[in-house]
Design a binder for this molecule. Structure first.
Ligand SMILES: C[C@H](O)[C@@H](O)[C@@H](O)C(=O)CO
Ligand SMILES: [Mn+2]
Length: 599
């Protein structure tokens, strides 16, 4: 695969945002007076979206504008035809005036919908917004309502800031819904060590995400390695790059058990091949067809995958840590590119929030065990030292062999020099080098991984705003999402050293402190850890809890815990009809009422 293909590798065509200018259909005066201002506002919104949103593969988001303003059902139907032809994934209806509610709305049940009812006084759009929203609710088609704070004059085509924010939040989540549909999660292997998240729940993928489930036995890796079913040229390029850029860390295994130099070299070759093969399994590779492997060249249409690894594979073969870490990073031997989504231990229920985070932020994702809560008291007991600053109320140790993206070193920087994780198109070569330099690859702990391999090892920079998410399922209830916004923290190196040695010093560590609200699951750091629903979390750069909440509502997945301030939360209007006081319970009722999007 060449660089260009690698950069534009997202599967299928990209969903678009449909813009629907609706209008009062009364001709002989009213409609004519509104045509231009309404169309101009729609154009201004389309331009705004196209300028501000990109797909995870770097391509700009495209809008599709209805051919005419929509004054009644005939025009609504024509617009729908156009939207279907052009692959519109989410629609935004715009109005400057009173218009005929159910006659003009977008009635496509699968498409996330929003309406911006222009806050004017001459012919107010808000009155349509309210009527149309009532229609949507009555018909069971949730709609997001957007209404500016201040009255604008009729000819004004500017978009107020609070409207802009809602448009982008809606559009990005709507595109994610559309993008998930029809794609696959590829399980490479089965259930790892009894981890329930690796029991792939087809109902969840199919009914809630519109996705398919694909499976391969891990023996497919051995077959492709034994029969040379990978691009030999790329393998050589990759191996040379690995030799120059991935420095092998200290072997912590007992001397008598350590692999010889020759065995280690063989393991490096093996894990590089695993990496090529996993990628080819996910998205295919046209080079394989040229080599005579037409079926293998197609891949599994997978936008996310998981690798079981433990135990059958890792008891005998080198582990998947290198493969997972590199695929999850925004770069490899082909250069800087979009990160893949690969979950360790085939934890599909952590792959889903990784995928959500990735589709919402366009950035690489950290996969980690949510391993230990270190209270200030316990830290003091084992180190004799006190946690300070943001860490003073305790810290959560995020650590895992495997999937943690190298972007998670925090070695990329914004203009002010703060550590960040960037969209791949903003990453500089020297930042890639910095991430690679901050990472060592120690031989895997042979107690856990008898087959060897190499684990990635680094310490995440402190001070990055991050959001940790996880999907869990409950029999009888279905999937639920949990969200914790917070920060990575830097702690006293001496404290880090002691705590890190107690777990596994060959793995990457991220010290995480959630933002506390003093209430419920966010009463203190301990409560966040205690309420975490499983052993893993998907950690994204940025405070994106609000975006996740919007996306979850579109998919009818209730959110069982979050620390996002109420004013940032944007859900469909119908959610208010399930209660306005206790929003968490209302969310559960609304999700249950509408049911999964694809059932
Ligand atoms: C090596 C160990 O088995 C770890 O992989 C294990 O503790 C986990 O990560 C569990 O999620
Ligand atoms: Mn794990």
């Amino acid at each position: 695969m060449n660089d260009k293909e690698a950069k534009n590798r997202l599967i299928g065509s990209m969903p678009k945002i449909g813009i629907r200018p609706v209008i009062d259909g009364r001709q002989r005066g009213v409609r004519e007076s509104l045509e231009d201002p309404t169309m101009n506002l729609a154009k201004s919104v389309a331009k705004f979206i196209e300028r501000n949103l990109r797909h995870p593969n770097g391509m700009p988001v495209e809008c599709v504008l209805a051919d005419t303003t929509i004054g009644g059902v005939a025009e609504a139907a024509k617009t729908e035809e156009k939207f279907q032809r052009q692959g519109v994934g989410a629609s935004l209806t715009i109005t400057k005036s009173w218009t005929y509610g159910t006659e003009t709305i977008d009635q496509n049940p699968l498409r996330p919908k929003a309406i911006w009812g222009f806050n004017g006084s001459e012919r107010p759009g808000a009155v349509y917004l309210a009527a149309a929203a009532a229609g949507h609710n009555q018909k069971g088609l949730p709609v997001f309502k957007i209404y500016g704070q201040n009255v604008q004059s009729a000819e004004d085509t500017t978009i107020p800031d609070e409207v802009k924010e809602k448009i982008l939040k809606f559009a990005k989540a709507g595109l994610a819904v559309a993008y998930l549909r029809g794609k696959s999660y590829l399980a490479m292997g089965g259930v790892a060590m009894g981890i329930a998240g690796s029991i792939v729940d087809e109902e969840v993928f199919q009914d809630y995400l519109g996705m398919r489930n694909e499976y391969i036995d891990m023996s497919e890796f051995t077959r492709r390695i034994a029969e040379n079913i990978y691009d030999q040229k790329e393998f050589e390029k990759a191996l040379a790059w690995v030799k120059n850029n991935c420095s092998e860390g200290k072997d912590n295994n007992p001397a008598a058990e350590q692999a010889s130099r020759e065995e280690k070299n063989e393991q490096w070759e093996f894990i590089v091949k695993m990496t090529l093969i996993a990628r080819d399994l996910m998205i295919g590779n046209p080079r394989l067809a040229e080599l005579g492997y037409k079926e293998e060249a197609k891949g599994h249409n997978a936008i996310a995958a998981g690798f079981q690894g433990q135990r059958q594979w890792t008891d005998h073969f080198p582990n998947g840590d290198f493969m997972e870490a590199i695929l999850n990073s925004s770069f490899d031997w082909n250069g800087i590119r979009e990160a893949y989504i690969v979950a360790t231990e085939n934890d599909s229920l952590n792959a889903v929030p990784m995928l959500f985070n990735h589709l919402l932020t366009n950035r690489a994702q950290i996969f980690s065990d949510v391993r230990t809560f270190w209270s200030p008291e316990a830290v003091e007991r084992v180190t004799g030292k006190k946690l300070t600053g943001r860490a003073k109320n305790g810290i959560i140790h995020l650590i895992n062999s495997g999937s943690t993206t190298l972007d998670g070193t925090g070695k990329m920087q914004d203009e002010a020099g703060n550590p960040v994780m960037k969209e791949f198109w903003n990453i500089k070569e020297k930042e890639v080098e910095a991430c690679l330099q901050a990472t060592e690859w120690p031989p895997a702990n042979l107690g856990y991984f008898r087959g060897g391999g190499f684990s990635s090892q680094f310490l995440t920079e402190g001070g990055m705003p991050v959001t940790m998410a996880r999907m869990n399922t409950v029999k009888g209830l279905g999937p639920v999402l949990q969200i914790a916004e917070g920060y990575t923290v830097e702690i006293d190196p001496e404290i880090h050293e002691v705590l890190n040695q107690r777990t596994d010093p060959t793995w990457p560590t991220t010290w995480f402190v959630p933002n506390l609200t003093g209430k419920g699951a966010f009463k203190d750091v301990y409560s966040v850890m205690n309420n975490w629903g499983a052993n893993h979390g998907a950690i994204s750069f940025g405070h994106i809890g609000d975006q996740l909440i919007t996306l979850a509502a579109m998919l009818r997945i209730p959110v069982n815990m979050h620390n996002v301030a109420a004013k940032r939360i944007f859900r469909p209007d119908a959610w208010n009809l399930f209660g306005t006081n206790d929003l968490e319970s209302a969310d559960y009722r609304a999700c249950k009422n509408f049911g999964p999007l694809y059932r």
